[in-house]
Design a protein around this ligand. Structure first.
Ligand code: UD1
Length: 372
């Protein structure tokens, strides 16, 4: 088979891994039927703990990265700078024909800038979503990335509208659906009960899952303590399983005694985390991706944020934004426990086939003559 165009696939942080896994699989499926499109997996090393990275590669059968930039932790600027310097070195040694970035993490933005400055076109998966909240680093990453993206792969009509409003022409917008949901649907039958399930006395439908890692919620000890107290009194004795993100762990360790119905566990691998969500009564979170997964699984989701870049999880799905004031938790939980939470629907094209659409489009965009 002759060498076709090379696409760099960039992954850096936990929420990237479930988005790239099905894209790689879809490109491989096309190669098996004649496409010569090639890919090179670049891990920036933004997330490096086994529980934030390697576990996901293993469970989702993601191949070993071709390059690991090993940038590690740092401030926003330090991480951005380190990723840019190291990715530029890689591209100067071996160019690709397209740089494909996913999501909104620091690695997404940093690699897009480097590629575009070397005149390598950029494709952005999950383009066009906006929260309007400039205090979140992810929003800056989204805006900067989309300002220098050539090909926009989108998850929703709202994203398409945002891009059109910013002056992006229709021929560059490809509404493909949600690759994170490709992974969810492909792995649903593999979800795995975590080892602590029995010992923690968890019963399907009778516990909640909580995730919290946004700086606005967890960086202040005082504010985070108030959130935990509000959850403790609001859940009326029910257990709350809380996989603790490394950023959150730093704050938690300073808090001392915690409400005893909180089941504190390490960050969970993909299959265990989604088993927990699938069997939960509800989820309390400040993550964006989790609101999409709960929408597809039909699990009520209480989001402690004032804005969302994924409005369809609220307008169509099971998600509700309650803001960051802990006082809002009690009424939301009361509605949940009295069976008044809304029923949701799954947004258009979140059907498990988004990555196939992306791979087909990549062949077309790169003029890959041998593509089927
Ligand atoms: C990043 C993403 C966020 C995503 C989140 C999911 C950006 C701007 N933010 O935020 O969109 O929702 O990942 O996890 O890219 N740490 C470890 N081990 C690791 C990774 C991080 O201990 O493997 C520590 C770091 O030292 C740091 C903290 O966790 O103190 C935060 O990590 P960082 O990657 O800076 O941002 P996140 O808050 O994880």
């Amino acid at each position: 088979m002759s060498d076709g165009p090379l696409v760099d696939i960039i992954a850096g942080a936990r929420p990237n891994f479930m988005k790239i896994a099905p894209i790689i699989r879809a490109i491989e499926a096309r190669r098996a039927s004649g496409s010569t499109l090639r890919w090179r997996l670049v891990h920036t090393g933004q997330h490096y703990d086994a529980r934030m990275s390697a576990d996901f590669f293993e469970q989702l059968h993601i191949p070993k990265p071709d390059a690991n930039l090993e940038v590690g932790s740092g401030t926003q600027a330090e991480q951005t700078a380190a990723i840019m310097v190291r990715y530029e070195q890689l591209l100067l040694q071996a160019r690709c024909q397209l740089c494909l970035v996913v999501g909104d993490v620091t690695s997404t933005m940093a690699c897009a800038i480097v590629a575009q400055k070397l005149c390598i076109p950029v494709a952005h998966v999950e383009a066009g979503i906006r929260s309007g909240d400039w205090s979140m680093p992810e929003e800056i990453n989204r805006m900067v990335t989309d300002a220098i993206t050539n090909y926009f792969f989108t998850t929703s009509e709202v994203a398409n509208g945002n891009l059109r409003q910013a002056g992006v022409s229709d021929e560059r917008i490809f509404f493909v659906g949600n690759t994170m949901i490709d992974t969810l649907l492909a792995n649903r039958s593999r979800f795995k009960q975590p080892a602590f399930w029995e010992q923690s006395g968890l019963v399907p439908g009778q516990y909640l899952v909580m995730t919290m890692h946004r700086p606005a919620n967890v960086d202040s000890e005082h504010a985070f303590h108030a959130v935990l107290q509000a959850i403790a009194s609001g859940v009326q004795g029910r257990k709350v399983v809380f996989p603790v993100h490394p950023r959150t762990a730093k704050t938690l360790s300073a808090l001392g005694a915690l409400p005893n119905h909180l089941v504190l566990v390490d960050p969970q691998p993909y299959l265990e985390f989604n088993y927990l969500v699938a069997h939960a009564m509800a989820v309390i979170t400040d993550s964006g991706g989790v609101t999409e997964e709960t929408t597809v699984m039909g699990i009520p989701c209480i989001t402690m944020r004032n804005t969302t870049e994924r409005p369809e999880t609220v307008t169509m799905g099971t998600n509700e934004l309650i803001g960051t004031d802990p006082a809002a938790l009690r009424p939301a939980l009361d509605r949940l426990f009295t069976g008044q939470w809304k029923q949701g629907a799954v947004p258009p094209l979140w059907d498990g086939r988004s990555s196939e659409r992306i791979a087909a489009r990549l062949d077309e965009l790169l003029g890959n003559a041998n593509a089927t």
